[in-house]
Design a protein around this ligand. Sequence first.
Ligand SMILES: [Zn+2]
Length: 276
Amino acid sequence: MKIIALLLALSAYPGQAVVVEIPFEPELEAVTLEWQAQEIRMARADSGWFALLGVDLDVAPGPYEVDAVFRYAGNRQERRTLALTVTPKEYPTTRLTVEPKYVELSPANQDRAAQDKKRIEAAYATTASEPYWKDVFTVPIPGVTGGRNFGHRRVFNDQPRAPHSGADLTAAEGTEIRSTNRGRVVLTGDFFFNGNAVFVDHGMGVLSMYLHLSKILVEEGQLVERGELLGLAGATGRVTGPHLHWGVKVTGARVDPFTLPGFNASTATPVSVGAR
Ligand SMILES: [Zn+2]
């Protein structure tokens, strides 16, 4: 019953990634979690099983259930329901000014943005079922501080837009941008809003993206290690100046990169980094 007690303690706020760990059990061969219409197969570690779940920015606070299917040797199967409490979190509002073409889209740019969205969503859907990622995630620009503007409500040129779905890191043009963890490059290209961008699949529904680059230095299909060079920072796409937008999706949810394993989310103080 220790397992149930452990899992009952799951709690997260919108925009947070949660680590789910299940201790080793004899004869347990597989565990699958179902959360927000996504199925996640837990991975085996030395001490048990693990997975990451993402709570999207739009998930309303309240009690939720995660279905877990435990498969044991001899075709024995057990269904358990894990409670996940989503706690409220208030995010500040940021107002910024960008080129008008990024707010009032021309028909051609509307088409382009729609095409981009399709390509990006297709890339999200190709996540590997096994983990490429391991241990801890790291900041794509080693040693840089800031970037605590995930989830900010945003008003561009006085018009409300979608909330900020990543962390903006201060970076001069040409700064080296490195992969937050091991993964496979699943998409690169020049996108209307994102500019030059690299998308990395870390497996098990965990993907990271690096936007507004001046230069892309990897190719689709390439396996990259944690800290491996992906490209150079720039100011392409919808920006107010050079910086890195570092975004992360976990099980389809937009989460703050600083809530991934390796960062202490509870000490992440949200501060505005200005117009990004
Ligand atoms: Zn950004």
